[in-house]
Write a protein that binds this ligand. Structure first.
Ligand code: PLP
Length: 373
């Protein structure tokens, strides 16, 4: 469970845009992009309508298409894999590292590389960083493209460098339950000028000039360079995004604090596994608080118990390779036993910045009560 948290800053931002009379892509969007690029330490940031659009345009801009394979985890939101299919490429699912590290395994990526492999999409699960040094070395050595699905990880790091800034493109989502929100929205960051140019074109019909440029009198006509989309964000969302970006560090600090407290409070010998290590929390986005019930059979009863106490829980994620739409997997008889084990017993407990210490104590008490009762 997550909760949005808006203050005067968001209300005033939206009002300022409405008062200006210009609501589609323009100065607010450009300012949001600039601030996000600065925040992340990237050369370019391009705002789009969703995280899914960010993934789609990254793949297209990096030249991935029909005949290509893209390696990615199965333990992620389905949009990560759907985007690969949008461009006509084939998603190839890799295994996660283990019961204590739910990010994609470097060894598994390596074992899935074939002549058709064009790229890798890593997902920083719950905001905890993948092993970006090893992954970058592997991917570069094989001449593959690297995309980071950093939907859980704005303001998170690996070895002090921002997540999203390691790959050829880094994709963010500003959906309502993410670390920062613009209602719907997304962002792509890249250090490559040509990639940024392609993404900007594709975001708006492949057109060379935008309405805003024509409004400014910069040009009267336009050309269309390739078949693009309408994946634009708008000024209302961009202004919300700017206001939320200003609060991101503070909110992430609270997420980390809550994560530490919850882990220590629940560390009393319950049959539960906490993924990742306490030492990783300081660099994590702490987007969600996932636990693994050692006995996955107990999950429905556990979730029912929590619901009965008014505590909403969820599952991150049903693994993609088990969905009907992905039933053609496995293509080479590969299995993902660790992914399946985690997916069967995972429960996500509430975590959001406005969660109070009292809320936290109530959730932890409810978990302990399930196992003592
Ligand atoms: C939210 C999310 C997306 C999709 O983002 P939208 O903005 O909802 O399109 C993609 N990948 C992951 C891991 C996500 O959590």
């Amino acid at each position: 469970m997550s909760k949005t948290c808006f203050s005067d800053a968001e209300y005033e931002a939206v009002k300022r845009v409405l008062d200006s009379g210009w609501v589609t892509m323009g100065p607010e969007t450009h300012a949001f992009e600039k601030e996000f690029a600065n925040y992340l330490g990237s050369e370019h940031a391009i705002a789009v309508s969703s995280g899914t659009a960010a993934l789609h345009l990254s793949l297209l801009a990096l030249g991935i298409g029909p005949g290509d394979e893209v390696i990615l985890p199965s333990l992620t939101f389905v949009a990560t894999a759907n985007a690969v299919r949008y461009v006509g490429a084939v998603p190839v699912f890799a295994e996660i590292s283990g019961l204590n590290d739910w990010n994609i395994s470097v060894g598994s990526i390596e074992s899935k590389i074939r002549p058709a492999t064009a790229g890798v999409i890593v997902v920083h699960y719950a905001g905890f960083p993948c092993q970006m040094d090893k992954i970058q070395t592997l991917v570069k050595g094989r001449g593959l493209k690297l995309i980071e699905d950093a939907a859980h990880a704005p303001g998170a790091f690996f070895n002090g460098k921002a997540l999203g800034a390691w790959g050829d493109a880094g994709c963010f989502s500003f959906y309502s339950n993410k670390n920062m929100t613009s209602a719907e929205g997304g962002m792509i960051v890249t250090n490559n000028e040509e990639t940024a140019r392609q993404i900007s074109l594709l975001r708006s019909h492949g057109m060379t000039a935008l309405t805003w440029d024509r409004h400014l009198g910069h040009c009267f006509s336009y050309d269309v360079l390739r078949t693009g989309f309408n994946y634009r964000i708008d000024e209302l969302r961009a202004s919300l995004g700017k206001a939320q970006l200003a609060k991101l560090n503070k909110n992430n600090r609270r997420r980390r604090e809550l994560t530490r407290s919850m882990r220590s409070e629940l560390n009393v010998g319950l049959p539960i596994t906490f993924p990742f290590s306490d030492g990783m929390i300081s660099e994590s986005g702490c987007h969600i608080f996932p636990i693994l019930l050692d006995d996955s059979q107990k999950r429905p009863a556990f979730m029912e118990h929590m619901k009965h106490l008014g505590i909403q829980t969820s599952i991150h994620y049903p693994p993609i390779h088990k969905f009907t739409s992905y039933a053609d997997f496995p293509s080479e008889g590969s299995q993902l036993p660790v992914t399946e084990l985690v997916a069967a017993g995972e429960v996500t407990l509430p975590l959001y910045p406005s969660m109070t210490d009292k809320d936290l104590a109530f959730v932890c008490q409810a978990v302990k009560q399930f196992y003592s009762g």
